[in-house]
Design a protein around this ligand. Structure first.
Ligand SMILES: [Zn+2]
Length: 334
């Protein structure tokens, strides 16, 4: 982060907020995508709009004091079925939202134009634009955290789908005998490979008396750590998660044809402990199948650093383009 007094912000400043099941991140960026302000807090599900308005208000007061600049618009990245035209979000099951007019409510609270985008899509768009000069306008960003979803950019365009649910791979079938998912179906990818599913599998095995080096109620990060240290139960769980995610990545690459997949979200903070087993499984499939080999021969599978607030950065970028920053109009939303 560049302190405001160390540079002259360029163009309008916009706030981007990424609302996750566990944490909510806010950034304020200028039209060159430089971060002027950053804040991460635990998500307050009982008062989402109030919390976002308060975060933005705190950021605005600090920026006004330090640089005399103000935020001109707000972008919010959130899971669920997002209606970008009306700024509403529905079926954000992990946040307990059935239908929320987030954009209009936030505008009423803050007085600023407020825009809403699906979280993984905001992150994917930001990743693709950030890297466009190097020639990668197509990619899939797979977010694995409290839930699982993908943001897909093809030739610089975000894929939303006619049903508004493009990329919701967290709710494709992964294990027909798996547990019931928050969406109501049984055995969704999210129900077997997202953060809560990892913690639950460990809890259940420990409660059933499985011997393990893990303490009671381990976090997903604890499970990955124990797996790396050779704990048998933890390795079983992380191995199963890698199996499921490798299949999801294969499905993404074969369905939308991307050669670049970026893995992010809270669970991806496990780093190589998550990435390498997934790579190994994909490499195994490549060795067996010429089709998979063709799909992945010159493809990249990357891990996004958990400190990179891609969703919030993307949300700020989307707010900036929606208010028509001249610096960004060449990549205007289509
Ligand atoms: Zn589901």
């Amino acid at each position: 982060m560049i302190a405001p007094w160390e540079m002259e912000p360029v163009g309008p400043l916009t706030a981007g907020i990424d609302v996750g099941g566990t944490k909510t991140a806010l950034v304020v960026t200028d039209s060159r995508d430089r971060v002027l302000y950053e804040q991460v807090v635990a998500t307050n599900r009982a008062s989402l709009v109030g919390q976002i308005a308060e975060l933005v208000d705190t950021a605005r007061r600090q920026l006004r004091t330090e640089s005399g600049r103000d935020v001109e618009a707000i972008g919010v990245a959130i899971p669920g079925r997002v209606d970008t035209a009306h700024g509403s979000v529905r079926m954000a099951v992990n946040l307990g939202i059935t239908d929320l007019a987030l954009g209009p409510l936030l505008k009423a609270e803050s007085g600023l134009p407020s825009f809403v985008e699906h979280d993984a899509r905001a992150a994917a768009l930001w990743l693709s634009e950030r890297d466009t000069p190097t020639g990668c306008p197509s990619l899939a960003y797979l977010a694995v955290g409290t839930g699982i979803s993908a943001g897909i950019v093809i030739d610089g365009e975000l894929l939303r789908g006619d049903n508004g649910l493009a990329g919701e791979v967290g709710h494709v079938a992964a294990d027909p005998d798996g547990p019931v998912c928050v969406c109501g179906l049984r055995g969704c990818l999210e129900a077997v490979a997202a953060g809560p599913a990892i913690a639950r599998q460990a809890d259940e095995a420990i409660a059933a008396g499985r011997s393990t080096s893990m303490d009671a109620h381990p976090s997903p990060a604890d499970v990955f750590r124990a797996g790396l240290a050779g704990d048998e139960l933890a390795s079983e769980i992380t191995g199963s998660v890698a199996d499921h995610l490798a299949r999801a990545i294969r499905a993404l690459a074969l369905t939308v044809g991307v050669k670049r997949v970026v893995l992010g979200g809270g669970v991806a903070a496990a780093g190589p402990a998550l990435l390498e087993p997934i790579r190994a499984r994909i490499d195994h499939e490549r060795a067996i199948s010429p089709l998979v080999e063709t799909a992945f021969a010159d493809a990249t599978l990357e891990l996004l650093s958990p400190v990179t607030e891609a969703g919030a950065r993307g949300a700020a970028a989307i707010a900036r383009r929606r208010i028509g920053s001249p610096q960004r109009e060449e990549v205007g939303e289509r």
